[in-house]
Design a protein around this ligand. Structure first.
Ligand code: SAM
Length: 243
Protein backbone atom coordinates (compact mmCIF):
# COMPACT_ATOMS: atom_id res chain seq x y z
CA UNK A 1 0.00 0.00 0.00
CA UNK A 2 1.38 3.42 -0.90
CA UNK A 3 0.97 6.37 1.41
CA UNK A 4 -0.92 9.35 -0.04
CA UNK A 5 0.29 11.65 2.72
CA UNK A 6 2.20 14.53 1.13
CA UNK A 7 5.26 15.97 2.79
CA UNK A 8 4.42 19.03 4.93
CA UNK A 9 5.54 22.31 3.40
CA UNK A 10 8.43 23.84 5.27
CA UNK A 11 7.81 26.78 7.57
CA UNK A 12 9.47 30.12 6.84
CA UNK A 13 12.51 31.40 8.68
CA UNK A 14 12.17 35.11 9.36
CA UNK A 15 15.28 37.12 10.18
CA UNK A 16 13.76 39.95 12.18
CA UNK A 17 15.52 43.18 13.09
CA UNK A 18 14.01 44.49 16.33
CA UNK A 19 15.70 47.89 16.35
CA UNK A 20 18.12 49.53 18.78
CA UNK A 21 16.17 49.31 22.05
CA UNK A 22 12.96 51.33 22.09
CA UNK A 23 10.11 48.87 21.39
CA UNK A 24 8.33 51.66 19.49
CA UNK A 25 11.08 51.38 16.88
CA UNK A 26 10.11 47.79 16.04
CA UNK A 27 8.53 47.98 12.58
CA UNK A 28 4.88 47.08 12.03
CA UNK A 29 5.99 44.21 9.84
CA UNK A 30 8.33 42.80 12.50
CA UNK A 31 5.60 43.22 15.12
CA UNK A 32 3.13 41.25 12.99
CA UNK A 33 5.56 38.38 12.45
CA UNK A 34 6.59 38.30 16.11
CA UNK A 35 2.98 37.95 17.22
CA UNK A 36 2.18 35.29 14.65
CA UNK A 37 5.03 32.78 14.62
CA UNK A 38 5.05 29.87 17.09
CA UNK A 39 8.85 29.91 17.56
CA UNK A 40 11.05 32.85 18.54
CA UNK A 41 14.70 31.98 18.07
CA UNK A 42 16.98 33.98 20.34
CA UNK A 43 20.77 34.24 20.05
CA UNK A 44 22.44 34.65 23.42
CA UNK A 45 26.11 34.72 24.34
CA UNK A 46 27.09 32.27 27.08
CA UNK A 47 28.24 35.14 29.25
CA UNK A 48 25.09 37.28 29.13
CA UNK A 49 22.23 36.95 31.60
CA UNK A 50 19.55 37.73 29.07
CA UNK A 51 19.17 38.55 25.39
CA UNK A 52 19.07 42.25 24.55
CA UNK A 53 16.95 41.57 21.45
CA UNK A 54 14.45 39.57 23.51
CA UNK A 55 14.22 42.31 26.13
CA UNK A 56 13.11 44.71 23.36
CA UNK A 57 10.23 42.55 22.11
CA UNK A 58 9.21 40.58 25.21
CA UNK A 59 6.10 42.74 25.63
CA UNK A 60 4.85 41.71 22.16
CA UNK A 61 5.05 37.97 22.78
CA UNK A 62 2.61 35.53 24.30
CA UNK A 63 4.78 32.92 25.94
CA UNK A 64 1.82 30.65 26.67
CA UNK A 65 1.46 30.21 22.94
CA UNK A 66 4.96 30.89 21.65
CA UNK A 67 8.16 29.01 22.35
CA UNK A 68 11.56 30.60 22.90
CA UNK A 69 14.34 28.60 21.23
CA UNK A 70 17.71 29.86 22.45
CA UNK A 71 20.98 29.44 20.61
CA UNK A 72 23.72 29.93 23.12
CA UNK A 73 27.20 30.72 21.79
CA UNK A 74 30.64 31.37 23.29
CA UNK A 75 32.32 34.71 22.56
CA UNK A 76 35.92 33.65 23.18
CA UNK A 77 36.14 30.51 21.05
CA UNK A 78 35.65 30.92 17.29
CA UNK A 79 35.43 27.17 16.60
CA UNK A 80 33.01 26.63 19.48
CA UNK A 81 30.88 29.50 18.21
CA UNK A 82 30.84 28.09 14.66
CA UNK A 83 29.73 24.74 16.11
CA UNK A 84 27.02 26.42 18.20
CA UNK A 85 25.62 28.22 15.13
CA UNK A 86 25.66 25.04 13.07
CA UNK A 87 23.95 22.99 15.79
CA UNK A 88 21.49 25.80 16.54
CA UNK A 89 20.59 26.19 12.86
CA UNK A 90 20.16 22.40 12.54
CA UNK A 91 17.79 22.35 15.54
CA UNK A 92 15.85 25.25 14.04
CA UNK A 93 15.72 23.51 10.64
CA UNK A 94 14.06 20.45 12.22
CA UNK A 95 11.21 22.65 13.44
CA UNK A 96 10.95 24.56 10.16
CA UNK A 97 10.81 21.28 8.22
CA UNK A 98 7.91 20.23 10.43
CA UNK A 99 6.04 23.19 8.95
CA UNK A 100 6.45 25.70 11.79
CA UNK A 101 7.45 29.31 11.12
CA UNK A 102 10.22 30.81 13.24
CA UNK A 103 11.51 34.34 13.82
CA UNK A 104 15.21 34.73 14.58
CA UNK A 105 15.42 38.06 16.39
CA UNK A 106 18.40 40.34 16.25
CA UNK A 107 19.01 43.80 17.72
CA UNK A 108 19.16 46.59 15.17
CA UNK A 109 19.20 45.26 11.63
CA UNK A 110 19.75 41.57 10.83
CA UNK A 111 22.19 42.25 8.00
CA UNK A 112 24.67 44.41 9.89
CA UNK A 113 27.12 42.65 12.21
CA UNK A 114 24.40 40.25 13.19
CA UNK A 115 24.49 36.66 14.42
CA UNK A 116 21.62 36.01 12.02
CA UNK A 117 24.12 35.90 9.16
CA UNK A 118 25.71 32.70 10.58
CA UNK A 119 22.35 30.94 10.77
CA UNK A 120 21.34 32.27 7.36
CA UNK A 121 24.53 30.93 5.76
CA UNK A 122 24.02 27.44 7.22
CA UNK A 123 20.31 27.26 6.36
CA UNK A 124 20.93 28.47 2.82
CA UNK A 125 23.69 25.98 2.15
CA UNK A 126 22.31 22.89 3.93
CA UNK A 127 18.53 23.43 3.69
CA UNK A 128 18.01 25.40 0.46
CA UNK A 129 14.30 24.47 0.34
CA UNK A 130 13.52 26.36 3.55
CA UNK A 131 12.07 29.77 2.65
CA UNK A 132 13.75 32.73 4.31
CA UNK A 133 12.39 36.25 4.68
CA UNK A 134 14.45 39.07 6.13
CA UNK A 135 12.77 42.02 7.85
CA UNK A 136 15.06 45.01 8.23
CA UNK A 137 15.30 46.88 11.50
CA UNK A 138 16.40 50.33 12.63
CA UNK A 139 20.13 49.93 13.07
CA UNK A 140 21.95 51.30 16.11
CA UNK A 141 24.03 53.40 13.70
CA UNK A 142 20.93 55.29 12.59
CA UNK A 143 19.58 55.44 16.13
CA UNK A 144 22.85 56.89 17.48
CA UNK A 145 22.92 59.54 14.74
CA UNK A 146 19.36 60.52 15.66
CA UNK A 147 20.05 60.55 19.41
CA UNK A 148 23.18 62.67 19.05
CA UNK A 149 21.78 64.91 16.32
CA UNK A 150 24.87 64.23 14.21
CA UNK A 151 24.06 63.72 10.50
CA UNK A 152 26.17 60.78 9.37
CA UNK A 153 26.97 62.01 5.86
CA UNK A 154 25.64 64.56 3.42
CA UNK A 155 26.01 65.16 -0.34
CA UNK A 156 28.93 63.15 -1.71
CA UNK A 157 30.53 62.32 1.63
CA UNK A 158 31.72 58.83 2.50
CA UNK A 159 30.78 56.72 5.50
CA UNK A 160 32.70 53.79 7.00
CA UNK A 161 31.34 51.44 9.65
CA UNK A 162 33.99 49.45 11.51
CA UNK A 163 34.16 47.28 14.59
CA UNK A 164 36.26 49.06 17.21
CA UNK A 165 39.05 46.51 17.28
CA UNK A 166 41.50 48.47 15.25
CA UNK A 167 44.64 50.30 16.25
CA UNK A 168 45.76 53.76 15.24
CA UNK A 169 47.03 52.66 11.80
CA UNK A 170 43.64 51.36 10.70
CA UNK A 171 41.92 54.37 12.15
CA UNK A 172 44.33 56.71 10.36
CA UNK A 173 43.63 54.88 7.11
CA UNK A 174 39.85 55.09 7.61
CA UNK A 175 40.06 58.75 8.53
CA UNK A 176 42.10 59.47 5.40
CA UNK A 177 39.48 57.87 3.14
CA UNK A 178 36.14 58.60 4.78
CA UNK A 179 34.33 61.67 6.09
CA UNK A 180 32.57 59.87 8.90
CA UNK A 181 33.59 56.70 10.73
CA UNK A 182 31.31 54.75 13.03
CA UNK A 183 33.12 52.46 15.46
CA UNK A 184 30.84 49.69 16.73
CA UNK A 185 31.36 46.71 19.06
CA UNK A 186 33.02 48.89 21.61
CA UNK A 187 35.63 47.34 23.87
CA UNK A 188 38.69 48.57 25.74
CA UNK A 189 40.51 49.38 22.51
CA UNK A 190 38.08 52.27 22.11
CA UNK A 191 40.04 54.26 24.67
CA UNK A 192 43.17 53.82 22.53
CA UNK A 193 41.15 54.98 19.53
CA UNK A 194 40.13 58.07 21.48
CA UNK A 195 43.73 58.84 22.36
CA UNK A 196 44.53 58.38 18.66
CA UNK A 197 41.96 60.99 17.71
CA UNK A 198 44.00 63.65 19.47
CA UNK A 199 47.13 62.56 17.63
CA UNK A 200 45.25 62.55 14.32
CA UNK A 201 44.09 66.11 14.92
CA UNK A 202 40.47 65.04 15.44
CA UNK A 203 40.05 66.00 19.07
CA UNK A 204 36.47 67.13 19.64
CA UNK A 205 35.22 65.37 16.50
CA UNK A 206 33.73 62.31 18.14
CA UNK A 207 30.50 61.54 19.94
CA UNK A 208 29.93 58.44 22.03
CA UNK A 209 26.39 57.07 22.21
CA UNK A 210 25.46 54.42 24.71
CA UNK A 211 22.21 52.39 24.71
CA UNK A 212 20.61 54.68 22.13
CA UNK A 213 16.81 55.00 22.35
CA UNK A 214 16.57 53.20 25.71
CA UNK A 215 15.93 54.76 29.11
CA UNK A 216 19.65 54.26 29.80
CA UNK A 217 20.71 56.27 26.76
CA UNK A 218 23.71 58.52 27.17
CA UNK A 219 25.34 60.83 24.63
CA UNK A 220 28.89 61.87 25.54
CA UNK A 221 30.43 64.71 23.55
CA UNK A 222 33.44 65.37 25.78
CA UNK A 223 35.30 62.14 25.18
CA UNK A 224 37.95 63.03 27.77
CA UNK A 225 35.32 62.15 30.34
CA UNK A 226 35.10 58.52 29.25
CA UNK A 227 36.77 55.91 31.43
CA UNK A 228 37.03 52.15 31.05
CA UNK A 229 34.19 51.70 33.56
CA UNK A 230 31.89 53.80 31.37
CA UNK A 231 32.35 51.60 28.34
CA UNK A 232 29.35 49.52 27.43
CA UNK A 233 29.09 46.88 24.70
CA UNK A 234 25.85 48.51 23.51
CA UNK A 235 27.49 51.73 22.48
CA UNK A 236 29.28 53.21 19.53
CA UNK A 237 31.43 56.15 18.53
CA UNK A 238 30.72 58.48 15.62
CA UNK A 239 33.75 60.35 14.33
CA UNK A 240 32.82 63.13 11.92
CA UNK A 241 35.80 64.91 10.37
CA UNK A 242 34.02 67.91 9.02
CA UNK A 243 32.43 69.41 12.14
C1 SAM B 1 26.71 42.66 17.10
S1 SAM B 1 26.53 44.35 16.72
C2 SAM B 1 24.86 44.40 16.19
C3 SAM B 1 24.53 45.58 15.35
C4 SAM B 1 23.06 45.60 14.96
N1 SAM B 1 22.77 44.54 14.04
C5 SAM B 1 22.62 46.94 14.39
O1 SAM B 1 22.15 47.01 13.25
O2 SAM B 1 22.71 47.93 15.12
C6 SAM B 1 26.46 45.01 18.33
C7 SAM B 1 26.90 46.45 18.35
O3 SAM B 1 25.85 47.30 17.94
C8 SAM B 1 25.94 48.53 18.62
N2 SAM B 1 24.68 48.76 19.32
C9 SAM B 1 23.61 47.95 19.40
N3 SAM B 1 22.58 48.53 20.05
C10 SAM B 1 23.02 49.77 20.40
C11 SAM B 1 22.41 50.88 21.05
N4 SAM B 1 21.16 50.83 21.50
N5 SAM B 1 23.15 52.02 21.20
C12 SAM B 1 24.41 52.10 20.74
N6 SAM B 1 25.03 51.08 20.09
C13 SAM B 1 24.35 49.93 19.93
C14 SAM B 1 27.12 48.43 19.58
O4 SAM B 1 28.25 48.99 18.95
C15 SAM B 1 27.25 46.94 19.74
O5 SAM B 1 28.56 46.59 20.13
Amino acid sequence: MTSRRSKAASGTLYGVGVGPGDPELVTLKAHGVLQRVPIICVPQSETSQDSYALSIVRGFLDLKRQEILRISFPTDDAQGAARAWRDGADALAVRLQQGQDAAFITEGDPMLYSTFSYVLEHIRSVYPAIPVEIIPGVSSVMAAAASSGVPLVTHGQRLAILPAVYGIDDLREAIASYDTIVLMKVNRTLLQALASLERLGLAGKGVYVRRATTDREQVVRDLNQLTEEDLDYFSLLIIRKGE
